[in-house]
Design a protein around this ligand. Structure first.
Ligand SMILES: CC(C)(COP(=O)(O)OP(=O)(O)OC[C@H]1O[C@@H](n2cnc3c(N)ncnc32)[C@H](O)[C@@H]1OP(=O)(O)O)[C@@H](O)C(=O)NCCC(=O)NCCS
Length: 420
């Protein structure tokens, strides 16, 4: 730890101080009336901070940096759920930056994730450069689209038979809906919400979040028997042109659909809201059904950017949990300066899809890659061949990268639909 600071756990009694540090970090004002909302988003069960200990650095006992983590389970290729830490709210007060506080909090976080038996840490990065130095790889990318009201969709049978509710977002009414739909999603990168703090956080909506419009609303799509099959949290911003023509904006914060008909119905509703001329939708996986349903996909002006970054902390557990699309038998070595026991070499074999990973001491590796590249490829959204083509993976046995890349593929592109 940087001299003059110490790492501590903080509880909800220090929420005001936490809000103060994050408001410095993220350039936003968390007003006193928003504190309950903000507090509801913080996983205090896993909130950590750096506290000033030296009067020369500031008021002793005040916080200079904060970080917290959600308990998630993440879907991996093949359908298994693995425990993952969802790192969030990482901030260092502007007056204390570049003194190593983030580095200390990251070492603490990653060691904590390992000690809890999590296989990886996942995050959304405020800036994409920050976390690569800690071993995070870009595991999923997302597409954002901007559609005109009334954009037409191809038909999907069964869409019209589904029921729709459009309501103000409410923790009491919608917790079970959201948890159920997240649980039913089979896309790699999906985070489930079976931990109370992670679920509660989805309902936080403090001023900086809703500054672009009203407070959050929700569309829920259900089967006739009431089973939820889709939802979208959204907000509208009502504006009119100087000529008095309605020019409102509808923004999705997160959405999910577990069947093709549910996806069709969800977007049919969101693309036809009164006084709204534009619908901004995010985050879409790069193969999201909406991109196939839109008859004029180009008009939606898709934009690609990073979704989650993944830092594998337990290589054998992570590699054992996922499926392999074709038979594979390869020895890999993983470069991991923080956790040398991740290095291997590991012999990865699979005949029927299920992975088997064993330590292979002394074996000559076929492929050498850093833990960052392994994290990028883990969910099947980034091909090992493309990383090798960029010179980021070393192939020691000719053909080994191609064989491993084929096995690492995923049949659907990964994405985390929950921003955290
Ligand atoms: C990003 C932030 C947490 C960094 O905290 P910090 O205590 O200044 O970071 P450290 O001093 O521990 O720096 C650790 C390393 O990361 C690098 N680094 C830190 N912030 C960086 C950034 N924004 N871009 C690129 N590199 C960065 C440092 O140069 C240092 O590199 P080195 O160890 O190779 O010398 C802090 O600047 C901050 O709160 N920013 C605003 C909020 C934010 O972006 N949070 C991240 C949310 S995902």
């Amino acid at each position: 730890m940087t001299p003059g600071y110490r790492l501590i756990s903080i509880d909800a009694s220090r929420v005001d101080e936490m809000a103060e540090v994050t408001s410095w970090g993220f350039i936003e004002e968390i007003k006193p009336e928003d504190r309950p909302d903000f507090a509801g988003m913080v996983p205090f069960g896993r909130a950590r901070a750096t506290e000033i200990q030296d009067a020369a650095l500031g008021d002793v006992g005040t916080l200079a940096g904060v970080a917290a983590a959600y308990d998630f389970r993440m879907r991996v290729p093949g359908g298994a759920l693995v425990p993952v830490a969802g790192l969030t709210m990482v901030s260092v007060h502007t007056a204390h930056r570049r003194r190593g506080l983030l580095r200390a909090m990251m070492a603490d976080h990653l060691a904590d994730a390992r000690s809890r038996g999590e296989v990886a840490s996942a995050l959304y990065a405020a800036e994409s450069e920050i976390y690569q130095r800690f071993g995070y790889g870009l595991a999923a990318r997302q597409v954002d689209v901007r559609m005109a009201r009334g954009a037409t969709l191809r038909d999907v049978p069964g869409s019209a038979d589904l029921k729709v509710r459009i309501e103000r977002l409410s923790r009491d009414r919608h917790s079970a809906v959201i948890a159920r739909v997240q649980q039913d999603l089979d896309r790699p990168g999906t985070m489930t919400l079976d931990h109370a703090e992670a679920l509660r956080a989805r309902f936080g909506d403090p001023t900086p979040e809703h500054a672009r419009g009203e407070k959050l609303r929700i569309v829920v799509v259900e089967r006739a028997d009431g089973t939820p099959v889709g939802y979208a949290m959204f907000r509208r911003k009502g504006t009119w042109s100087p000529e008095g023509i309605p020019d409102g904006l509808l923004l999705t914060r997160e959405f999910a659909a577990t069947t093709p008909a549910a996806a069709h119905r969800l977007w049919s509703v969101l693309l036809d809201v009164d006084l709204v001329s534009t619908v901004e939708a995010e985050p879409l996986a790069i193969d999201d059904p909406l991109l196939w349903l839109l008859t004029d996909m180009r008009a939606a002006k898709p934009r690609l950017h990073d979704n989650i970054w993944l830092r594998i902390v337990d290589v054998p557990a992570a590699l054992t949990a996922r499926e392999y699309l074709c038979p594979v038998d390869a020895v890999i070595q993983v470069v991991d300066p923080l956790f040398p026991d991740n290095a291997g070499p590991w012999r990865v074999t699979s005949r029927s899809g299920t992975g088997h990973v064993e330590s292979a001491p002394g074996a000559e590796p076929d492929v050498v890659l850093s833990v960052q590249e392994l994290g990028a490829a883990y969910l099947g959204g980034v091909s090992l061949t493309s990383l090798a083509a960029a010179g980021l993976i070393e192939e020691r046995r000719p053909g080994a990268v191609r064989a491993l890349a084929a096995a690492f593929e995923s049949t659907s592109a990964p994405v985390s639909n929950l921003h955290f």
